[in-house]
Design a binder for this molecule. Structure first.
Ligand SMILES: Nc1ncnc2c1ncn2[C@@H]1O[C@H](COP(=O)(O)OP(=O)(O)OP(=O)(O)O)[C@@H](O)[C@H]1O
Ligand SMILES: [Mg+2]
Length: 323
């Protein structure tokens, strides 16, 4: 087993292409994807609908064959050694699933058997995972009675059944309520602390920002950016305008005029809570705004500089609309 490779990169993808045969016209879903994810990293795979996220994850999970290119997972080639890949990965598909006529617990025991875990070991593992994902009470219920969020939790438990080193999670928090989103976020933090490699796709940009250390953005089957979260944010910070939001009493026209004259300030807007000041990228104008308002006796309740968010990054890297 290629442990040395595992030490350097958990996932390595080169020139990956996928063409779906279709009735009228074949569809090129991946046009040459390159990626390298270090062991123990949490990689957030972002992209608009139809960008190729699920296609990539399914290829890495050895469920789908690529048309061209290569991929290694845990040092094993997905085409040459799919069984070795499967034993190393936990795959959580995009759509909430599980066998509907079986109970949650039986679903897990079934998945355990597929990974050669049987007997009391399997029962203990299933029990502890059901507790981990908060399905203890629903363990004996048929999955067809589960809500979407419960099915997602069950799929997560299935992915973890053999304690895999690498998790491939396709929109784990998709369609969940805030509590469910937080649950998955905490679970992924826990996995990272255990040294697992996590590859997750998401539309929830704030989630990726909080959960992942590296992000890759895919659009129309091509990677448009791969970098550390911080670096992507900085890249955007260099071009995004600096903004300061102030909760205050409405300033007079003459005060607004003084605010506009602060060096590097471009615009001043009034907002329901006060004003919003936009300045040149990287400009730090909060102190000067405060000075002007205080001098003109405008009561300030709060002043908040805006950090460019990952959403700004996402939109600017996609060149505008995310679809
Ligand atoms: N089985 C298939 N046959 C034909 N085309 C497909 C098939 N599966 C996916 N596609 C197409 O491939 C492209 C990529 O789809 P994919 O599901 O990988 O996108 P995605 O990034 O996961 O999107 P979403 O955010 O909506 O889940 C899309 O244009 C989609 O229509
Ligand atoms: Mg998808």
């Amino acid at each position: 087993m290629a442990r040395d490779d595992l030490a350097s990169a958990a996932i390595r993808v080169q020139g990956l292409k996928k063409r779906y045969a279709a009735f009228r016209k074949p569809l090129d879903a991946l046009l040459g994807v390159d990626l390298e994810i270090a062991r123990g990293d949490a990689f957030g795979f972002l992209g608009p609908n139809g960008a190729g996220k699920t296609t990539t994850i399914r290829i890495l999970a050895t469920i789908l064959s690529p048309t061209a290119g290569s991929a290694e997972v845990g040092g094993h080639d997905i085409r040459e050694d799919p069984m070795a890949v499967r034993s190393l990965i936990g795959y959580m598909p995009e759509n909430a699933g599980g066998y509907p006529l079986m109970t949650g617990q039986d679903n897990l025991l079934y998945w355990a058997r597929l990974q050669d875990i049987t007997g009391s070991g399997a029962r203990e593992r299933a029990k502890s995972l059901l507790a981990t994902v908060g399905l203890e009470e629903a363990a004996g219920q048929k999955v067809k009675t589960y809500s979407h969020g419960m099915k997602k939790r069950l799929l997560m438990a299935s992915a973890l059944i053999h304690d895999p080193d690498i998790l491939l999670l396709d929109e784990p928090a998709g369609g969940l309520d805030p509590q469910g989103i937080r649950f998955f976020r905490d679970l992924i933090h826990g996995l990272r602390q255990k040294g697992k490699t996590v590859f997750l796709s998401s539309h929830i940009l704030s989630e990726v920002e909080q959960t992942c250390s590296t992000i890759g953005i895919i659009q129309k089957g091509r990677m448009v950016a791969v970098d550390r979260v911080e670096a992507i944010r900085q890249r955007v910070g260099a071009v995004a305008p600096a903004r300061v939001e102030v909760d205050c009493d409405p300033p007079s026209a003459s005060t607004v005029q003084l605010l506009r004259q602060i060096p590097k300030v471009r615009m001043v807007w009034s907002t329901p809570a006060g004003i919003l000041v936009e300045a040149e990228p990287g400009a730090d104008v909060a102190d000067e705004i405060t000075r002007v308002l205080v001098t003109d006796h405008v009561r300030i309740r709060a002043i908040r500089p805006f950090e460019p968010t990952l959403e700004d990054a996402f939109l600017s890297l996609l060149g505008g609309a995310p679809s």
